[in-house]
Design a protein around this ligand. Sequence first.
Ligand SMILES: C[S@@+](CC[C@H](N)C(=O)[O-])C[C@H]1O[C@@H](n2cnc3c(N)ncnc32)[C@H](O)[C@@H]1O
Length: 221
Amino acid sequence: MPPKKPAPPRTKAVTLKTARGRSTSQQLWLRRQLNDPYVAAARAQGLRSRAAFKLIELDEKFHIIRPGARVVDLGAAPGGWTQVALQRGAACVVSLDLLPIDEIAGARLLLGDFTDPAMPGQLATLLGGPADLVLSDMAPNTTGHTPTDHLRIMGLAELALDFATSVLAPGGAFVAKLFQGGSERQMLSLLKTRFSSVRHAKPPASRKESSELYVVASGFR
Ligand SMILES: C[S@@+](CC[C@H](N)C(=O)[O-])C[C@H]1O[C@@H](n2cnc3c(N)ncnc32)[C@H](O)[C@@H]1O
């Protein structure tokens, strides 16, 4: 059964009873987590991340996860997108991250750095055939310097696109996270040469204060 949408936001904010031992940024993070309906909904539905709802919302809008699909999930830890892809009918998911991911039935997990030149080959071997969908929710650790963070995530997204064009079956789809910052327009132009449909979206589960957006390209040529 597909996961339900998150409950509407609470009206009464939860406050921290004590700030003892916590820095200001830790207190802010904790307060945000406690008052975030997506965090609560993810926990209630057994999803490993609030990010899972971003893929649910993208799929509801763009219908990218097809029954029986073979999917690659780049930057998959802790595994929310992998869970959603499987719950929505993917036949198999190959999931990669720098961080370990706890087992998920139906997923093949790979630990490693996607920028390692050996990694695309290892992913393709685990996949064992063409992919129908390549997802990238990879995000580098942010520096707080917006242009640097933008360039870093663009680098990861470009590598993900190179990989996607080497493994996607005709008609396949590609989804990648970007941070807005200028050069995403070049990525959209490049995608248009390789996919029949290219759109971008900021799903409601993406925090308003974040500059992230997702490109959704389908109809791989
Ligand atoms: C926003 S999280 C992904 C959340 C995931 N989609 C989910 O629903 O659970 C971004 C992930 O990208 C991973 N990542 C960043 N750079 C990477 C790289 N070079 N290779 C592999 N994973 C990377 C991080 O370790 C992090 O777990």
